[in-house]
Ligand binder design. Structure first.
Ligand code: ATP
Length: 364
């Protein structure tokens, strides 16, 4: 790995953390490219905060190494690492002005340009007009931006964000997601963002590492993870999935393979099928399913059991003859909608499906 590692990339090499007999992080290998917006995503307790704390130097790894570029920082003290963290609790000094909060660290190190640098970064987070205010006079979203400015002002090699938007209401959270992404692109520093919110990770990150029970499940860009998950865990964690139990039929063409699901042959692109597997989950995202025949080979008939309208789209639950309900999401684009109790055909294109090895995941 070290040979391919870029100059300022962050590298985790077989990094582990155990608390007594409990292993919170199993050997973890990751390279976070310099200047990328990287998300560590997973449910509560999966080990993402522990991983972040090891990178920050707040938690000592049980084994493994941490590198930034060519330098090994595993044994470097937290305050000597060029790594800053933004926490959900802003941890600002209440008696100091916004400007003083931001330049505090630089001043202590005797940086003569502290004020100019602080002003520049306050401009970046669009808080220059409140520089003389106290943090308590600001809204939660603004306080979060002060904390961000303070963490950015000395241009760390890596900025760690631990659920930084968790305390904000949904609307503000969405605004801050876009804002954070803009700031990251502008400063060009490496951001590592910990979150359990899949939408947040997908909105902001260039790459996402999905963690589950202390292990890396899958690493990739948001679209690949969403469209080509490699486990039922990732398929279910990153949005809704329809998963059909199926068996791979022998043969097929270079491009397409058929699988048998509940006595029906269905097609899936060969590139979306793991090699050498027999028992699979055939997955299709709800918005990739169509109500209507669509002319292709993948068609199933069922009865509409639920219709829920949400403005932009309508979600249908369609019960198959074997009892399973498929979720279909259709844009409300003026075409006819199905009604409760109606028998409908659900169809999809072979390239929109993905197959997962079911020998690993008996339950979906
Ligand atoms: P959350 O979003 O809830 O913080 P997480 O994915 O960040 O979840 P961690 O905080 O990294 O998860 O915790 C991973 C596991 O390690 C959890 O089961 C947690 O209880 C355990 N753990 C974390 N810190 C300690 C500790 N100091 N002592 C014992 N167990 C710990």
């Amino acid at each position: 790995m070290s040979k391919q590692q870029g100059k300022g990339d962050l590298g985790l090499v077989a990094l582990t953390k155990s608390f007594a007999t409990f292993t919170a992080v199993h050997p973890l290998d990751l390279v976070v490219p310099q200047g990328s917006f990287f998300a560590l995503l997973g449910p509560s307790g999966c080990g993402k905060t522990t991983t972040l704390r090891m990178i920050a130097g707040l938690e000592e790894p049980t084994s493994g190494r941490i590198r930034i570029g060519d330098s090994d920082i595993t044994d470097t003290k937290a305050y000597q690492r060029n790594v800053n963290t933004v926490f959900q609790s802003y941890a600002l000094f209440p008696h100091m002005s916004v400007l003083d909060n931001v330049m505090f660290g630089l001043r202590r190190r005797g940086d003569k340009d502290a004020k100019a640098k602080a002003k520049e970064v306050l401009e970046l987070v669009q808080l220059e007009q409140v520089a003389s205010k106290k943090p308590t006079q600001l809204s939660g979203g603004m306080q979060q931006r002060v904390a961000l400015a303070r963490a950015l002002v000395n241009r760390p090699d890596v900025l760690l964000l631990d659920e930084p938007l968790g305390a904000l209401d949904l609307k503000l959270r969405r605004q801050m997601q876009i804002e954070l992404k803009r700031i990251q692109q502008e400063v060009g520093l490496t951001f590592i963002h910990v979150t359990h919110d899949q939408e947040e990770a997908m909105t902001m990150a260039d790459s996402i590492a999905v963690m589950n029970a202390g292990r890396l499940e899958q690493l990739g860009d948001p679209a690949t993870l969403y469209e080509q998950p490699r486990s039922t865990f990732v398929a279910n964690f990153l949005g809704q999935s329809n998963l059909l139990r199926a068996t791979v039929n022998p043969g097929g063409t270079d491009h397409v393979v058929t699988v048998r699901a509940h006595d029906t042959d269905l097609e899936v692109s060969r590139e979306h099928l793991p090699e050498g597997v027999r028992d699979v989950w055939l997955g299709v995202r709800p918005e990739k399913l169509r109500l209507g025949e669509g002319g292709g080979p993948n068609q199933l008939r069922g009865i509409v059991r639920d219709v829920s309208f949400s403005g932009v789209a309508t979600q249908y639950s369609v019960q198959m003859p074997w009892g399973q309900e498929l979720i279909v999401v259709q844009q409300n684009d003026g075409t006819a909608r199905a009604v409760l109790g109606e028998t409908v055909t659900v169809s999809w294109a072979a390239q929109h499906g993905f197959a997962l090895d079911a020998s690993q995941d008996a339950e979906a």
